[in-house]
Structure formats: C-alpha cells, structure tokens
Design a protein around this ligand. Sequence first.
Ligand code: ZN
Length: 244
Amino acid sequence: MIRVLVWNEFCHEKKSDTVRAIYPNGIHRAIADFLACDDIEVRTATLDEEHCGITKELLAETDVLIWWGHMRHGDVPDDVAEMVRDAVHSGMGAIFLHSAHHSKPFKLLMGTPCSLTWRESGDSELVWVTEPAHPIVRGIDRAIFLPHEETYGEPFSIPNPDRVLLLGSYSGGEAFRAGCLFSRGNGNIFYFQPGHEEFPTYHIPEVQTVIRNAVRFLAPTYREEIRCPHVRHFGDPEGYVIKK
Ligand code: ZN
C-alpha cells in the first residue's frame, strides 16, 4: 500500500465562487478522490490546520507527499518546510504541483529562486511527452491537451533536472519544462506544472494519470535518515558496521 498525503493551501476554494464551483471540496479532495485505489491510500492536510496539518510522525508514515499552494506560501512555517526537506532526504517522494514552484519546501529542496514568467490569458497548452519510455508518462500519447491553463514560461530558475519528462507549449507562444524529475538524498521529487485553480485541470484524465504514475514511481523502496557517522577502518577486527 502506498501512503499518500495531499497537502493543499485550501484558500482559493474558500474565497472564489469560480474555484469552489470547480473544486467544491478543495483541490486536495479532488486529488485524493482520483488517487485512492487498491494500492494507494490517501490522507489530506491543509494550511489552516494546526501546524499546517504536518508533523514529523505523519511524514514518517507518508510515502509520497503532494503539495499545492499559491497565495499563502509565506504562512507555511519554516520548520514545516524543513521537515518536508528532511523527509525527502530520508527517502519520501514529493510531487509539487503548479504554483508550488514557489512553495517553501520546493525552494528549500532546489536551492534556487524557482521563479518563472507567467500570464493569465486563457491560453491552451500542449504538454508534450519528451521521454515516452518513462513510467511517469505511461499511458499518455504524444501530448496532453489542456483547453485552458495559466501560462508559465521559461526561464524557470530551477537547478537542471535529472530528467525533463514533459514540455509545455502554449497557444501564446511560451515553452516551459512542465514535468521535471529530481533526486535529493534518498528521495525523489517530481514537479508537474498543470493545475491553475480557475480551470478544471485536475479533472482531466491524462493529468490524473501522470499524477498517479508519479505516486507509484516516487514511492520509496529504501528509507533511511542520512547521517555523517565516524566509522572504523574496513579491516578492524571489531567490525566496521555502524551500530544504529
Ligand atoms: Zn496558477
């Protein structure tokens, strides 16, 4: 069983009739509903819960964390972002969606500004598959068509990803690295650009397929806190193995 935690800021849905009409129970519930299946169990947490609904213990019981945030990145306490970073370093998988490019935990894991260019003009987007053999894009044809999406453009100030699996092109002309894979410590991170709150992007089956595939790909097979222990010489008769 893969244990997923979907974290959502859950603010636009409360403030905007447009957004609430698309996601009446919040983006987190919409994602949880399409993910939950025989081998994936899903919990959710939101910004207004105590300590953002995140604890070290909860992260230790989470295989893959999904993060959506936009207007209140600054209200996420630094220690929550640090807990997420540490959990990823230990092996937890993390998926950062859309405007989570500017979230505290993503920026902490990337170490760069993670800024981009943007425009809300109702462009359509084609999200092109660049690595058709990769498990995260299994089941996707050459491209995903999104009738409307917020335009994100390069330069996207992230470190060079390990792999770019998807490349977005917009009717307005921009191009954007829409699906980026990174490893940090024992964990893996996937950034996936679609998901502006004013469009029903997470109701689109191919978008759901990519997120579901990413959950399965990022679920850790190894999890261990990374430390820096002093060890004995390999030939020491008392052994070189680190006692935990
Ligand atoms: Zn947006």
